[in-house]
Design a protein around this ligand. Structure first.
Ligand code: SAM
Length: 418
């Protein structure tokens, strides 16, 4: 049997991968009958990996419903927009006209696929005081679909992937296929932990951190972290070197008229300074901390009270400072620009997460998947770091394939199999 799907806002095809993994079997063949996207670079990746010519992948606004082949599943990770007309009670389709969600709704109305999965940032749930989400749910209901009772906010950690990435998913099944008022709540399982090993032993040299200034700053803060004595074994507060070392006589004035949280922050920092003055003065001289760039003077340790080894953390170089997180969970890849740094113990150096590793955080590579994914940097390899930014961004915009695979399986097992 052929199971057909359409991939709207298709990006680099996270849904495509998930559908093939979830539904392909000896009996079933999964076929993408339409992909829609406007970003040329994402289309290139789509063509390369899934064989759909990029000139056939169009803007959803330009595709007539009558041109869309029949399909079983509709997938869409759509951009979040405000429904400014909502509330006029013209019928939901009229209220949302002009938005990208409207494009999904009109296809559901005309084509009536049996299943759909929509994905969005968690914030969609509270967007515009919850109005956006309720317009979406009401529209879906009006179009004859049943969805889950509870809002499904799922992090990739739920399937065992070490990435905190919360997304909202809306599952829909045509009401004729469902005997109950709501769909069963999907229960996600953790997958093979071998696949969850994100860091690769081999990586290209371009991922090695080579900026001497940053390396010096990281080493200095690493030493600071090890030597500093904290109050009652508390965790280290965020440190900004300039404020921490402010002359004592200026402190009182600095506290006037500021918010409580900021007061606490300054007092905590000064407490650290006063307890460790001798060490900090010497340390800052040796490392010439006063000459660091602004962001390198700021240090945020969020990798645990017990851990005092910077090499056991993941570093995010933010505009606002050097932030260290625990090494067992990566932050959400949001169209990632601050690519995390990890420490390579074998060669004793810091390096950026490779594009392959970022793809692993989105479960694009799996031992069960015989169609290997080729990312943008690999298609466009020009030996520089330039194309990597596009790949990081594309993975960051995508979905976690494993989470969506399990959601598709849930729909198919419960409402699809005859
Ligand atoms: C959040 S991303 C979805 C990524 C996708 N789920 C994946 O697996 O890579 C949203 C995508 O919608 C695309 N988009 C925005 N407006 C569009 C339109 N009018 N028609 C088709 N795609 C559009 C953007 O270029 C972007 O790649």
């Amino acid at each position: 049997m052929e199971i057909k799907f359409i991939d709207l806002f298709s990006g680099i095809g996270g849904f495509h991968k998930a559908a093939v993994r979830a539904l392909n079997s000896d009996k079933n063949r999964t076929v993408c009958v339409l992909a829609s996207e406007i970003d040329e670079k994402a289309k290139e990746v789509y063509q390369y990996n899934y064989g759909i010519a990029s000139d056939k992948i169009k803007n959803i606004r330009e595709i007539k419903s009558s041109e869309i082949p029949d399909h079983d599943f509709l997938f869409a990770g759509f951009p979040c927009q405000t429904f400014s007309n909502a509330g006029k009670r013209l019928g939901f389709l009229d209220e949302i006209r002009g938005t990208l969600f409207f494009e999904i709704a009109r296809i559901l109305k005309e084509k009536k696929p049996n299943f759909f999965i929509l994905e969005n940032v968690k914030h969609l749930v509270n967007h515009n005081n919850g109005e956006t989400f309720s317009v979406i749910l009401n529209t879906i209901k009006e179009l004859g679909y049943v969805t889950t009772e509870k809002k499904l906010v799922i992090s990739a950690e739920k399937v065992g992937v070490p990435q905190k990435r919360e997304r909202v998913y809306i599952l829909g099944v045509r009401k004729e296929l469902v005997a109950t008022e709501y769909l069963k709540t999907p229960e996600l399982k953790k997958v093979n932990q071998k696949e969850m090993k994100i860091l690769e032993n081999k990586y290209d040299e371009r991922y090695i951190l080579s900026d001497e200034k940053i390396i010096r700053a990281i080493n200095a803060w690493g030493e600071f972290l090890k030597k500093i004595v904290k109050k009652d074994n508390r965790t280290l507060p965020p440190i900004w070197f300039d404020e921490m070392t402010m002359p004592k006589e200026k402190r009182e004035k600095a506290l006037i008229g500021i918010k409580d949280w900021r007061k606490k922050y300054l007092l905590d920092m000064w407490d650290i300074y006063d307890r460790n003055k001798e060490f900090i003065d010497k340390w800052s001289k040796i490392h010439e901390v006063d000459k660091f760039a602004k962001r390198e003077k700021k240090f945020e340790w969020q990798a645990g009270i017990d851990n005092v080894n910077i090499e056991e953390s993941i570093i995010q170089l933010r505009q606002s400072g050097i932030r260290c997180k625990k090494s067992d969970s990566f932050q959400t890849l949001v169209a990632i620009v601050q690519i995390p740094l990890v420490f390579d113990k074998k060669f004793h150096r810091w390096r950026y997460l490779s594009t392959k590793e970022v793809g692993k955080l989105q479960s694009f590579y799996s031992v069960d998947d015989n169609k290997k994914f080729v990312d943008y940097s690999s298609i466009k390899r020009d030996g520089t770091f330039r194309s990597d930014y596009i790949t990081y961004k594309q993975f960051g915009n995508s979905i976690n394939v494993e989470v969506v695979k399990q959601l598709i399986e849930h729909l198919w097992e419960n409402y699809g199999k005859k």
